[in-house]
Design a protein around this ligand. Structure first.
Ligand code: PLP
Length: 461
């Protein structure tokens, strides 16, 4: 396994602690963004000698760059089981843009219903709120899973107006995996389309759009060790209306233009206005090759061992509350994403102490899934209203949330042990923390009193 860790850029980097020392940085925030693979960076560097304008340039470099871009497009579809005859692969900047693009392209009428679930990332909820009527399929509060019976009833009840069921392949908060085939079958049986937000799932599990009968899938390269600004929308060609003009009309989107008329090109070209991010596509293509060579099962085994170790360790600590599935051996339908709180230590304070004193990078807060977090934490009614009012006034001191650990295949057991040791110490010293740190009302973040970051020693910004 050792050489898999060495595949990552910047791993084992010694970085500063608040006490003036350094420690090898531990990154447990992979659900947000993964670091780059070394071979992705090398590939990008090698490509830069040939990088040029694509598609209509006639020079050798342009021809080579165009071919590289289109080869990566083929890889990006093939990786998720999308036959190019049936599906179009559209590159953009991230998964959020891809979902917004789809919401624009489907252009639903206001009476149409879109069913999402309560566990969605905001990126697969808010774009739909401007397109038709969005309904949220409930989740069970106890385990945070989508209630499939409730989802089925909701689909039945709204069958007449239902246009789309749009669901996360896996939650970025609890790591729960959605049974895609089952949900897709429910959607299609009701005559609706089926879209999967694959931002979390695609980097961790094989996805096959054809086998699972998925109409639309989105995913993001920066969560797949290729952080060069590429997101992907894979869509059934026959569902991408030719009638609706591109949301960003301009260069690259047309067949011909007169002063009074425009003939739009086919997808993907009409959907990629302006000069595309060729470098980002090359980076994603190389990451996909890595995934194909290493294989999901090998990465999954590593991540499963880490989840088990973490959950067993957390269960031994006092005051820990885990959200989602706390069973260390029930691993099939989850990813390595674990949210928790430690007693009444504010999540933002805990995350700050882990970062400043132990060199451990985690994420805390609501993880762009406010409705889901409020459900998991049981915040509703008047309490939710009061909180909302305070946050609207830009005071985030009481922002609800949790600390989230999310693994990549390169994380190791000693890193989990260091985290567990840190949590134990933090719990014992919890009375010291309130004095040592202060909270910034506007952001809700805690910072050590009197501390100022000086990044210039490390990287000139
Ligand atoms: C489930 C899920 N969907 C969508 C997104 C948005 O992805 P991006 O940052 O690539 O726009 C994220 C990002 O964390 C996510 O976890």
């Amino acid at each position: 396994m050792k050489h898999l860790r060495q595949a990552i850029v910047g791993v084992d980097r010694e970085l500063p602690l608040m006490n003036g020392g350094t420690a090898p940085y531990i990154n447990f925030d992979n659900a947000a963004s993964t670091p780059s693979l070394r071979r992705v960076l090398d590939r990008v560097n090698a490509f830069m000698d040939f990088y040029s304008s694509i598609h209509r340039g006639t020079g050798f470099k342009s021809r080579l760059s165009s071919e590289a871009y289109e080869a990566c497009r083929r890889l990006a579809g093939d990786f998720v089981g999308a036959d190019p005859e049936e599906y179009t692969v559209i590159f953009g900047k991230n998964a959020t843009e891809a979902i917004n693009k789809l919401s624009y392209r489907l252009r639903l009428s206001p009476e149409k219903v879109v069913i999402v679930s309560l566990l969605e990332h905001h990126s697969n909820d808010l774009p739909w709120r401007h397109q038709g009527r969005v309904l949220h399929a409930p989740v069970n509060r106890s385990d945070g899973k989508i209630d499939l019976e409730d989802l089925q009833s909701m689909i039945h009840e709204h069958e007449k107006d239902l246009a789309l069921v749009a669901i996360s392949g896996a939650s970025n908060v609890t790591g729960h995996i959605t049974p895609l085939r089952e949900v897709g079958a429910m959607a299609h049986a009701a005559g609706a389309l089926f879209m999967v937000d694959g931002a979390q799932l695609v980097p961790h599990k094989p996805v096959n759009m054809t086998a699972d009968d998925i109409d639309f899938l989105t995913y993001s390269a920066h969560k797949m060790y290729a952080p060069f600004g590429t997101g992907v929308l894979v869509a059934r060609r026959n569902l991408m209306s030719r009638e609706i003009p591109p949301e960003y009309p301009g260069g690259g989107t047309v067949r011909c233009v007169s002063l009074t008329d425009v003939a739009w090109d086919d997808s993907p070209f009409r959907d990629e206005s302006g000069s595309p991010n060729v470098v980002g596509a090359v980076a994603l293509g190389e990451a996909i090759r890595f995934f194909q060579e290493v294989g999901f099962s090998r990465m999954e085994k590593i991540e499963h061992d880490l989840i088990t170790r973490l959950l067993l360790g957390l269960a031994r600590l006092p005051g820990v509350e885990i959200y989602g599935n706390p069973d260390p051996f029930d691993l099939d339908q989850r990813l390595g994403v674990v949210p928790f709180n430690l007693g009444d230590i504010p999540h933002a304070l805990l995350a700050a102490v882990l970062a400043y004193e132990y060199g451990i990078g985690v994420r805390n807060g609501c993880f762009c899934a406010h409705p889901y977090i409020k459900c998991l934490l049981g915040i509703e009614g008047e309490a939710e209203k009061r909180l909302g009012e305070k946050i609207r006034r830009n005071d985030r001191r009481d922002l609800p949330g949790a600390v989230r650990i999310s693994f990549g295949f390169y994380n190791e057991a000693w890193e989990v042990d260091r985290l567990l040791g840190a949590l134990e110490e933090i719990w014992e010293e919890r009375s010291r923390l309130v004095q040592a740190y202060e909270v910034v009302a506007r952001t809700g973040e805690y910072v050590p009193r009197g501390h100022e970051d000086d990044f210039s020693h490390w990287f000139e910004l």
